[in-house]
Design a protein around this ligand. Structure first.
Ligand SMILES: NC(=O)c1ccc[n+]([C@@H]2O[C@H](COP(=O)([O-])OP(=O)(O)OC[C@H]3O[C@@H](n4cnc5c(N)ncnc54)[C@H](OP(=O)(O)O)[C@@H]3O)[C@@H](O)[C@H]2O)c1
Length: 339
């Protein structure tokens, strides 16, 4: 990609867009997350090319957080730089999120869910991203030491002040999510999205929450659909030097990967039979499920994004295939939990 960026005119031709819960918002079936590989420690040109590759292929939903990437905050700064360089004219085509709740700055206000922390963090994020507003502002994690009314009140304030268009929550347990949805709805700021960890390997949060989302008309954005890269071919023959598991700054550890290699090999063989890579099959497995609004992927190169986009080419599974995946992973049936 040259220094001068011109957006692909065909960018909306192949991406399906799905409605988030009962809202008016359509989101690209895939979203791109900037948790890793967008920091000061990473190559700016690679980060830029990943973001533009996603945008050029119809991914309009971009997920950030106040502390993403080493050093904390630098993913938002990189994003702000790319926005200024390439994407400001496309601002109204983008659905940009940020969050607060995990540790960002020292002292008692640098994390969790107080009004003080949530609103200060949003102002900092907007400055780093060089934006006037975000499309969705999330409480990144439930804070049991702060009244839920206070955390949700900060989200409502963010929306009513115009600094965010919608409110969301992330990783909330079911009972607190129910309370948050109800408080948000009562304030006229219904929760747009709940962000949950969900993949073929880790299904518990989805199974606990999908019924509630449907009942309350809240969308669901599933993060780490590749279990941080485990659901790809990359770890079948060891731990590659440039992989997330090999990096000190990453959140994936070698001892989490190694015990899974036998099962991953079987899933890989099955993906090959379907004419897909394992990454594509793992994403397609989520796209076939209408309880998920958008699948939130990460990447370390533009090539991975292009490969993963091809998951859209085959999102249908036979009942036998779904059962085979469950048998390989020794998990309850995929369709369990539908309300
Ligand atoms: N709400 C929350 O608490 C929370 C928590 C976690 C994540 N998130 C969000 O979810 C986003 C996605 O999470 P994630 O990065 O863990 O998602 P993921 O899609 O499960 O994993 C992405 C990683 O998998 C590897 N990968 C991707 N495509 C590949 C391919 N085709 N072939 C081989 N390897 C491939 C890359 O790792 P390598 O570096 O090894 O190449 C990439 O960085 C984050 O960026 C963030 O926005 C939210």
């Amino acid at each position: 990609m040259s220094d001068h960026y011109t957006a692909n005119p065909g960018r909306y031709n192949t991406m399906p867009y799905r409605r988030s819960g009962n809202s008016g918002v359509l989101l690209s079936s895939l979203s791109l997350g900037l948790w890793h590989n967008f920091g000061d420690v990473d190559r700016y040109d690679n980060s830029r090319q990943m973001l533009l590759t996603a945008f050029d292929n119809g991914i309009c939903s971009m997920d950030l957080d106040n502390n993403y990437c080493p050093p904390a905050g630098s993913a938002e700064e990189t994003f702000g730089r790319i926005m200024q360089q390439d994407l400001m004219h496309h601002r109204d085509e983008l659905f940009i999120s940020t969050k607060a709740g995990h540790l960002m700055w020292p002292g008692p206000y640098g994390e969790w869910g107080s009004r003080k922390s949530m609103l200060a963090s949003l102002d900092q994020s907007l400055k780093r991203m060089k934006l006037d507003y975000v499309d969705i502002y999330y409480s990144h994690r439930y804070d049991s030491n702060t009244p839920i009314e206070e955390t949700v009140g900060a989200l409502i304030h963010a929306v009513k002040s115009g600094k965010a268009l919608y409110a969301g929550i992330s990783k909330y347990p079911v009972e607190v999510a129910r309370k948050a949805f109800s408080l948000l709805k009562a304030a006229g700021v219904p929760c747009l999205l709940h962000q949950i960890r969900y993949s073929m390997l880790l299904r518990e949060d989805g199974n606990n929450l999908f019924g509630l989302h449907r009942k309350e008309g809240v969308g669901c954005i599933s993060f780490s659909p590749l279990a941080q890269g485990v659901l790809t071919e990359k770890y079948l023959h060891g731990i590659p030097e440039d992989s997330r598991a090999a990096k000190e700054s990453g959140f994936l550890k070698v001892n989490q990967v190694v015990p899974l290699v036998g099962k991953i090999q079987k899933l890989h063989d099955m993906a090959v039979e379907r004419g897909q890579t394992l990454a594509q099959m793992a994403i397609a497995w989520q796209l076939t499920d209408d309880r998920i609004t958008t699948v939130l992927i990460g990447a370390s190169s533009p090539g991975q994004i292009l490969e993963n986009l091809k998951a859209l080419n085959n999102t249908s599974f036979t009942a036998e295939e779904l059962q085979k995946i469950n048998l390989i992973l020794d998990t309850p049936p995929f369709w369990d939990g539908i309300a």
